[in-house]
Design a protein around this ligand. Sequence first.
Ligand SMILES: Nc1ncnc2c1ncn2[C@@H]1O[C@H](COP(=O)(O)OP(=O)(O)OP(=O)(O)O)[C@@H](O)[C@H]1O
Length: 442
Amino acid sequence: MGVVRHVVCAMSGGVDSSVAALLLKRRGYNVTGVFMKNWDSLDESGVCSTERDCDDAYRVCQTLDIPFHQVSYVKEYWHDVFSNLLKEYEKGRTPNPDILCNKYIKFNHFHKYAIHTLGADAMATGHYARTSQEDEEVFQQSHTTRPTTLFRDRFEIRNPVKLCKGADLAKDQTFFLSQISQDALRKTLFPLAGLTKEFVKKMAAEAGFHHVLKKKESMGICFIGERNFENFILEYLEPKPGNFVSIEDGTVKGTHKGWFTLTLGQRARIGGQKDAWFVVDKDIVTGDVFVAPTTNHPALFRDTARTDRFHWIASDPPAELVRTQMMECHFRFIHQMALIPCTVTLNMDGSVWISLSQPVRALTPGQVSSQAPLQDFPSHVDFMRSLALSLPQFAVLYKGDECLGSGKMVQLGPSEFTLQKGRERMVANLQQNDEPIPDPAG
Ligand SMILES: Nc1ncnc2c1ncn2[C@@H]1O[C@H](COP(=O)(O)OP(=O)(O)OP(=O)(O)O)[C@@H](O)[C@H]1O
């Protein structure tokens, strides 16, 4: 008889992690369920949803007859995720809290707790994602503490583990995992890797997890709960009022109460204006929010972005990129958006330039923002829909099924509108000087 492996499963009280724990138990492992508390929350009716979720996770563990623990990362979440989020808002950027939560909490604090404190052979979550390792390979990974040398990961890791899309492409969550460390990934199991959500729900029903199935699907920000996001964020940030300014002629169209909850591409409600205007840019120094009169205005389209130091999950950086300084792959900046072909170039400081095969709008064409202006948002769920469609922070790269990693977008190339204006100015200058206008076709 071989050793019985010990796996710590992160259990949220939801369907996915409950079935993940069930599958691990069926594989014959010693499973421990752990619930994380990240936020002291009361929802708008004063009910603590965290306690309810914790209770649900506990009941699943009872049904499975496995030990249950609860850990609190309220302090860590506040420092690593929430403060970060507020700082980004103040810079006029729209951060993705779920990417940060995975990076700093689940695949860092929680990971260390599972492996070092509880002595587990691996940790597991209910994410729809896959790695390039079999379970047994995960267990064989020794607990290495990386020496802090000048050498980068590629010199230290012989067989880097890849992060790949799960079988259920409609549920794939690699986007949210794109910032996690190689060290944590090497010790992680994703029991739902090969399953569809439909099948997982069926398994939950057969296992008698009815209390879990009855719950609403969790969405977006894991900690805030059902509440008005604008009111929530205004508890923490001082609103900075300013003007709505037309990108076309610089005229002031109205005023707004604060720009950090206004997201790129979103329809702006401007008092006294009958027509629809759309947010295309912000000036965080003056507080001006630039707006355009059409939803598909060229000021919303761009085809290049630069990231900060890119986080490569497996090879840091990929050999192809080192060899040629250039790589063809696919890009996504919104969870589940269609992948866009792109060319990536590597800079000396580890940042990358991403050139897309076609200009993309700040949001996916024809999506909810035009029907659901922010002022009408009833809850954070709707806000998350707009967030997911807004200027995102992270550029996530894929090569086939593999999620290569992500980088925070810190600079965008010129918009189509800027380029168009530049061309017009050039033509006007040429005409003024009576020079022949170059024929673009010839
Ligand atoms: N509060 C929590 N405590 C422990 N683990 C958590 C918690 N929240 C999320 N997780 C882990 O992260 C995974 C992904 O979380 P996410 O919030 O995306 O939920 P989900 O995909 O709807 O999964 P679930 O149905 O398990 O809630 C979960 O399956 C679970 O393993």
